[in-house]
Design a protein around this ligand. Sequence first.
Ligand SMILES: [Zn+2]
Length: 212
Amino acid sequence: MKFFVFAIDDGTVFDKNVIAIFNKYGIKATFNLNSGLQDFVWFKDWLEVRRLRLEENKDIYDGHEVASHSLTHPFLTSLSDEGIYREVKEDIDNLRNIFQRDITSFSFPFDGFDERSIGIIKNLGITHIILPAIDDSFRRPADTYHIKVTSWDIDDALVKAKRFIEDDQAEMFVYLSHSYDYEYAGNYDKLEKLCQIVSGNQDIKIINVKDI
Ligand SMILES: [Zn+2]
């Protein structure tokens, strides 16, 4: 059996669109949320990207894993130990209160990570950590505190998914993206194609990050 993970960072209003696609194919994904940025707006060129108000929209995540992506999406490695602790602890507490479930996975914001921050995050009860780094060997991670990403671009993911299916030795594929990527590029159809290919393959089991 091969394992495939769909993960989405940041919790923006476009999560509703990707969740509609995931639900259509019965796919359970992992959503990495920042509880301290609700209503925050930024612009990707022309596109207004707004964070969801989680309390009002918590039902859209029903059936999917909710995970921490830190409170306010800082460069964690530039913070003090206390700063990292606060960013992760407060986010876990907020998400647990809003969604009424255990939060055991974490995805690093931006592109920095180190063993100091991984150690602090581990001590807060997180059992699965996604690192902002690529490993497209299709191997399972050596441990669940160092899960690397197979792909974070839909065109790349479609190419690699073909290789993943053809490779008898392949074990795992972690696809991490943002819902605003599809809105910006106008290519939700490509995500749907990937969902179709993966969910329709009997050799592949789709799992959450917490189940790696
Ligand atoms: Zn992010």
